[in-house]
Design a protein around this ligand. Sequence first.
Ligand SMILES: [Mg+2]
Length: 314
Amino acid sequence: MIKNKYLGSIYGLAIGDALGFPNEFINRYTNLQRTNGKGITDFISAFDGDFPPGTYTDDTQMSLAIAKALINSDLKNYSIDGIMKNITKEFINWINDPKNNRAPGKTCIYGCRNLEEGINWKQSGDYNSKGCGSAMRSAPIGLIFYDDLDKLVEVATETSRCTHAHPTGISAGIGTAYLTSLALQGIDYNTWIDNIKKQLFFNEEFKNKIKQINDVFDYEDSFKALEEIGQGWIGEEAVAMALYCFLKNPFDYEKTVLTAANCEGDTDSVACIAGAISGTYNGTEKIPEKWVNNVEDSEYLKEIAEKLFNKKEH
Ligand SMILES: [Mg+2]
Protein backbone atom coordinates (compact mmCIF):
# COMPACT_ATOMS: atom_id res chain seq x y z
CA MET A 1 0.00 0.00 0.00
CA ILE A 2 1.08 3.51 -0.73
CA LYS A 3 1.81 5.75 2.23
CA ASN A 4 0.33 8.72 0.38
CA LYS A 5 -3.07 7.04 0.55
CA TYR A 6 -2.89 6.95 4.35
CA LEU A 7 -1.87 10.60 4.44
CA GLY A 8 -4.61 11.35 1.90
CA SER A 9 -7.17 9.61 4.07
CA ILE A 10 -6.41 11.43 7.33
CA TYR A 11 -5.80 14.84 5.72
CA GLY A 12 -8.76 14.17 3.45
CA LEU A 13 -11.23 13.66 6.26
CA ALA A 14 -9.92 16.50 8.46
CA ILE A 15 -9.91 19.02 5.58
CA GLY A 16 -13.42 18.00 4.47
CA ASP A 17 -14.62 18.39 8.06
CA ALA A 18 -12.97 21.83 8.36
CA LEU A 19 -14.48 23.00 5.04
CA GLY A 20 -17.95 21.84 6.04
CA PHE A 21 -17.88 23.13 9.64
CA PRO A 22 -18.80 26.78 8.87
CA ASN A 23 -21.79 25.64 6.79
CA GLU A 24 -23.36 23.23 9.29
CA PHE A 25 -26.79 24.47 10.50
CA ILE A 26 -26.85 27.06 7.69
CA ASN A 27 -29.40 26.99 4.89
CA ARG A 28 -28.57 27.15 1.22
CA TYR A 29 -29.76 30.75 0.85
CA THR A 30 -27.58 32.07 3.69
CA ASN A 31 -24.56 30.10 2.47
CA LEU A 32 -24.81 31.69 -0.98
CA GLN A 33 -25.67 35.13 0.33
CA ARG A 34 -22.64 35.42 2.61
CA THR A 35 -20.22 34.10 -0.03
CA ASN A 36 -21.33 36.34 -2.92
CA GLY A 37 -23.10 33.42 -4.54
CA LYS A 38 -19.99 31.22 -4.66
CA GLY A 39 -20.61 28.99 -1.66
CA ILE A 40 -17.71 27.57 0.38
CA THR A 41 -14.52 27.54 -1.73
CA ASP A 42 -11.85 27.63 0.99
CA PHE A 43 -11.37 27.48 4.76
CA ILE A 44 -13.38 30.17 6.52
CA SER A 45 -14.02 30.79 10.20
CA ALA A 46 -16.96 29.11 11.91
CA PHE A 47 -19.53 30.23 14.49
CA ASP A 48 -19.12 33.96 13.80
CA GLY A 49 -15.36 33.87 14.14
CA ASP A 50 -15.19 31.72 17.29
CA PHE A 51 -13.16 29.14 15.37
CA PRO A 52 -10.41 30.18 12.91
CA PRO A 53 -10.34 28.93 9.29
CA GLY A 54 -9.17 25.32 9.05
CA THR A 55 -10.60 24.22 12.43
CA TYR A 56 -11.82 20.64 12.35
CA THR A 57 -14.58 19.23 14.56
CA ASP A 58 -15.73 16.22 16.57
CA ASP A 59 -15.81 14.16 13.36
CA THR A 60 -12.03 14.35 13.02
CA GLN A 61 -11.45 14.21 16.78
CA MET A 62 -13.33 10.91 17.02
CA SER A 63 -11.67 9.53 13.87
CA LEU A 64 -8.31 10.29 15.51
CA ALA A 65 -9.52 8.63 18.73
CA ILE A 66 -10.28 5.45 16.77
CA ALA A 67 -6.95 5.74 14.93
CA LYS A 68 -5.04 6.03 18.23
CA ALA A 69 -6.93 3.09 19.75
CA LEU A 70 -5.99 0.92 16.75
CA ILE A 71 -2.37 2.11 16.77
CA ASN A 72 -2.16 1.08 20.44
CA SER A 73 -3.83 -2.31 19.90
CA ASP A 74 -2.06 -5.63 19.54
CA LEU A 75 -3.19 -6.64 16.05
CA LYS A 76 -1.06 -9.78 15.95
CA ASN A 77 -3.06 -11.20 18.85
CA TYR A 78 -6.32 -9.69 17.63
CA SER A 79 -9.15 -9.52 20.13
CA ILE A 80 -12.25 -7.37 19.87
CA ASP A 81 -12.26 -6.95 23.65
CA GLY A 82 -8.71 -5.61 23.55
CA ILE A 83 -9.56 -3.16 20.78
CA MET A 84 -12.76 -2.00 22.47
CA LYS A 85 -10.87 -1.44 25.73
CA ASN A 86 -8.61 1.00 23.85
CA ILE A 87 -11.59 2.58 22.06
CA THR A 88 -13.32 3.08 25.43
CA LYS A 89 -10.22 4.81 26.81
CA GLU A 90 -9.87 7.14 23.80
CA PHE A 91 -13.58 7.98 23.70
CA ILE A 92 -13.51 8.89 27.41
CA ASN A 93 -10.46 11.10 26.75
CA TRP A 94 -12.39 12.74 23.92
CA ILE A 95 -15.50 13.44 25.96
CA ASN A 96 -13.37 15.28 28.54
CA ASP A 97 -11.13 17.15 26.08
CA PRO A 98 -11.58 20.93 26.35
CA LYS A 99 -11.32 21.09 22.55
CA ASN A 100 -14.50 19.02 22.33
CA ASN A 101 -16.52 22.23 21.86
CA ARG A 102 -17.39 22.01 18.17
CA ALA A 103 -21.03 20.97 18.15
CA PRO A 104 -20.47 17.29 19.04
CA GLY A 105 -23.42 14.95 18.41
CA LYS A 106 -25.75 14.16 21.31
CA THR A 107 -25.66 10.39 20.78
CA CYS A 108 -21.86 10.33 20.82
CA ILE A 109 -21.89 12.21 24.11
CA TYR A 110 -24.57 9.89 25.54
CA GLY A 111 -22.62 6.75 24.62
CA CYS A 112 -19.25 8.09 25.78
CA ARG A 113 -20.67 9.28 29.13
CA ASN A 114 -22.05 5.76 29.62
CA LEU A 115 -18.60 4.34 28.87
CA GLU A 116 -17.13 6.77 31.39
CA GLU A 117 -19.59 5.55 34.02
CA GLY A 118 -18.27 2.04 33.51
CA ILE A 119 -21.10 0.69 31.37
CA ASN A 120 -19.77 -1.98 29.00
CA TRP A 121 -19.43 -0.98 25.32
CA LYS A 122 -22.00 -3.63 24.38
CA GLN A 123 -24.64 -1.74 26.36
CA SER A 124 -23.47 1.88 26.27
CA GLY A 125 -25.06 2.90 22.95
CA ASP A 126 -28.50 4.25 22.10
CA TYR A 127 -30.60 1.56 20.39
CA ASN A 128 -32.81 4.15 18.75
CA SER A 129 -30.10 6.27 17.18
CA LYS A 130 -28.91 5.98 13.63
CA GLY A 131 -27.35 9.44 13.63
CA CYS A 132 -24.25 9.84 11.49
CA GLY A 133 -21.86 9.85 14.48
CA SER A 134 -20.79 6.26 13.93
CA ALA A 135 -20.19 6.78 10.20
CA MET A 136 -18.24 10.06 10.41
CA ARG A 137 -15.39 8.49 12.41
CA SER A 138 -14.80 5.00 11.03
CA ALA A 139 -12.41 5.61 8.09
CA PRO A 140 -9.28 4.54 10.07
CA ILE A 141 -10.83 1.07 10.52
CA GLY A 142 -10.73 0.66 6.74
CA LEU A 143 -7.06 1.68 6.68
CA ILE A 144 -6.12 -1.02 9.19
CA PHE A 145 -8.41 -3.91 8.23
CA TYR A 146 -8.60 -3.49 4.42
CA ASP A 147 -7.11 -6.97 4.03
CA ASP A 148 -9.43 -8.75 6.47
CA LEU A 149 -13.11 -8.08 5.87
CA ASP A 150 -14.33 -10.09 8.89
CA LYS A 151 -12.25 -7.98 11.26
CA LEU A 152 -13.19 -4.75 9.48
CA VAL A 153 -16.88 -5.56 9.94
CA GLU A 154 -16.46 -6.66 13.56
CA VAL A 155 -14.46 -3.60 14.63
CA ALA A 156 -16.72 -1.17 12.72
CA THR A 157 -19.81 -2.86 14.19
CA GLU A 158 -18.64 -2.67 17.80
CA THR A 159 -17.16 0.85 17.61
CA SER A 160 -20.50 1.96 16.14
CA ARG A 161 -22.62 0.05 18.65
CA CYS A 162 -20.98 1.68 21.68
CA THR A 163 -22.75 4.95 20.78
CA HIS A 164 -25.19 4.20 17.91
CA ALA A 165 -26.73 0.77 18.44
CA HIS A 166 -29.53 1.07 15.84
CA PRO A 167 -28.88 -1.48 13.03
CA THR A 168 -28.73 1.30 10.42
CA GLY A 169 -26.32 3.31 12.58
CA ILE A 170 -24.12 0.22 12.66
CA SER A 171 -24.45 -0.33 8.89
CA ALA A 172 -23.44 3.28 8.25
CA GLY A 173 -20.42 2.88 10.53
CA ILE A 174 -19.35 -0.18 8.57
CA GLY A 175 -20.12 1.78 5.37
CA THR A 176 -17.43 4.43 5.81
CA ALA A 177 -14.83 1.86 6.89
CA TYR A 178 -15.69 -0.41 3.96
CA LEU A 179 -15.63 2.38 1.34
CA THR A 180 -12.29 3.56 2.73
CA SER A 181 -10.93 0.03 2.32
CA LEU A 182 -12.14 -0.15 -1.30
CA ALA A 183 -10.55 3.25 -1.99
CA LEU A 184 -7.29 2.16 -0.37
CA GLN A 185 -7.10 -0.96 -2.53
CA GLY A 186 -7.87 1.05 -5.66
CA ILE A 187 -10.90 -1.09 -6.50
CA ASP A 188 -12.84 0.23 -9.52
CA TYR A 189 -15.34 2.74 -8.10
CA ASN A 190 -17.92 1.77 -10.75
CA THR A 191 -18.41 -1.50 -8.84
CA TRP A 192 -18.85 -0.02 -5.37
CA ILE A 193 -22.64 0.41 -5.29
CA ASP A 194 -23.26 -3.14 -6.60
CA ASN A 195 -20.67 -4.38 -4.16
CA ILE A 196 -22.53 -2.80 -1.21
CA LYS A 197 -25.84 -4.27 -2.44
CA LYS A 198 -24.36 -7.77 -2.23
CA GLN A 199 -22.92 -7.57 1.29
CA LEU A 200 -24.88 -9.30 4.01
CA PHE A 201 -23.41 -7.09 6.76
CA PHE A 202 -25.36 -4.04 5.51
CA ASN A 203 -29.04 -3.85 6.40
CA GLU A 204 -31.78 -3.09 3.86
CA GLU A 205 -32.39 0.48 5.00
CA PHE A 206 -28.73 1.32 4.41
CA LYS A 207 -28.61 -0.47 1.05
CA ASN A 208 -31.78 1.26 -0.17
CA LYS A 209 -30.30 4.67 0.57
CA ILE A 210 -27.08 3.79 -1.27
CA LYS A 211 -29.12 2.57 -4.26
CA GLN A 212 -30.77 5.99 -4.41
CA ILE A 213 -27.47 7.44 -5.65
CA ASN A 214 -28.21 5.84 -9.04
CA ASP A 215 -31.65 7.49 -9.22
CA VAL A 216 -30.26 11.02 -8.86
CA PHE A 217 -26.84 10.54 -10.43
CA ASP A 218 -27.64 12.16 -13.77
CA TYR A 219 -29.24 15.30 -12.35
CA GLU A 220 -27.50 18.36 -13.70
CA ASP A 221 -27.65 20.11 -10.34
CA SER A 222 -25.63 18.30 -7.66
CA PHE A 223 -27.35 20.28 -4.95
CA LYS A 224 -30.76 18.99 -6.10
CA ALA A 225 -29.40 15.42 -6.17
CA LEU A 226 -28.00 15.73 -2.64
CA GLU A 227 -31.20 17.32 -1.40
CA GLU A 228 -33.15 14.29 -2.60
CA ILE A 229 -30.81 11.86 -0.85
CA GLY A 230 -31.21 13.79 2.40
CA GLN A 231 -29.44 16.13 4.80
CA GLY A 232 -26.92 13.74 6.27
CA TRP A 233 -27.93 14.00 9.93
CA ILE A 234 -28.58 10.26 9.87
CA GLY A 235 -25.93 7.71 9.02
CA GLU A 236 -27.23 6.17 5.81
CA GLU A 237 -27.85 9.61 4.30
CA ALA A 238 -24.41 10.93 5.26
CA VAL A 239 -22.63 7.95 3.70
CA ALA A 240 -24.79 8.01 0.55
CA MET A 241 -24.30 11.78 0.11
CA ALA A 242 -20.55 11.45 0.60
CA LEU A 243 -20.35 8.57 -1.87
CA TYR A 244 -22.39 10.55 -4.41
CA CYS A 245 -19.94 13.51 -4.09
CA PHE A 246 -16.99 11.17 -4.68
CA LEU A 247 -18.54 9.25 -7.59
CA LYS A 248 -19.40 12.51 -9.38
CA ASN A 249 -15.75 13.65 -9.11
CA PRO A 250 -13.68 10.48 -8.62
CA PHE A 251 -10.30 12.02 -9.49
CA ASP A 252 -10.94 15.46 -8.05
CA TYR A 253 -10.56 15.76 -4.25
CA GLU A 254 -11.25 19.49 -4.26
CA LYS A 255 -14.57 19.21 -6.11
CA THR A 256 -15.63 16.21 -4.02
CA VAL A 257 -15.25 17.98 -0.67
CA LEU A 258 -16.57 21.33 -1.88
CA THR A 259 -19.70 19.68 -3.28
CA ALA A 260 -20.19 18.05 0.12
CA ALA A 261 -19.39 21.19 2.13
CA ASN A 262 -21.97 23.19 0.19
CA CYS A 263 -24.90 20.85 0.66
CA GLU A 264 -27.61 21.68 3.16
CA GLY A 265 -27.48 19.70 6.38
CA ASP A 266 -24.67 17.98 8.28
CA THR A 267 -22.02 19.47 6.04
CA ASP A 268 -18.98 18.74 8.19
CA SER A 269 -19.85 15.04 8.50
CA VAL A 270 -20.77 14.59 4.82
CA ALA A 271 -17.58 16.39 3.74
CA CYS A 272 -15.52 14.46 6.31
CA ILE A 273 -16.67 11.09 4.92
CA ALA A 274 -16.39 12.28 1.30
CA GLY A 275 -12.90 13.60 2.08
CA ALA A 276 -11.85 10.29 3.62
CA ILE A 277 -12.98 8.33 0.55
CA SER A 278 -11.52 10.73 -2.03
CA GLY A 279 -8.32 11.38 -0.09
CA THR A 280 -7.72 7.65 0.30
CA TYR A 281 -8.50 6.90 -3.33
CA ASN A 282 -6.40 9.73 -4.78
CA GLY A 283 -3.60 10.10 -2.22
CA THR A 284 -2.34 13.23 -0.53
CA GLU A 285 -0.71 14.60 -3.70
CA LYS A 286 -4.20 15.34 -5.07
CA ILE A 287 -5.16 17.45 -2.06
CA PRO A 288 -4.40 21.18 -2.44
CA GLU A 289 -1.20 21.92 -0.52
CA LYS A 290 -2.59 25.10 1.05
CA TRP A 291 -5.24 22.98 2.79
CA VAL A 292 -2.72 20.35 3.94
CA ASN A 293 -0.55 23.13 5.40
CA ASN A 294 -3.33 25.18 6.96
CA VAL A 295 -5.67 22.60 8.43
CA GLU A 296 -5.58 22.53 12.24
CA ASP A 297 -2.83 20.31 13.70
CA SER A 298 -1.36 19.54 10.28
CA GLU A 299 1.82 17.97 11.70
CA TYR A 300 -0.12 15.83 14.13
CA LEU A 301 -2.42 14.53 11.38
CA LYS A 302 0.66 13.50 9.43
CA GLU A 303 2.07 11.71 12.45
CA ILE A 304 -1.15 9.72 12.99
CA ALA A 305 -1.39 8.79 9.28
CA GLU A 306 2.22 7.58 9.33
CA LYS A 307 1.64 5.53 12.47
CA LEU A 308 -1.42 3.90 10.88
CA PHE A 309 0.65 3.11 7.79
CA ASN A 310 3.50 1.67 9.87
CA LYS A 311 1.08 -0.44 11.90
CA LYS A 312 0.57 -2.66 8.85
CA GLU A 313 2.98 -4.86 6.96
CA HIS A 314 2.35 -3.84 3.37
MG1 LIG B 1 -18.90 17.82 13.52
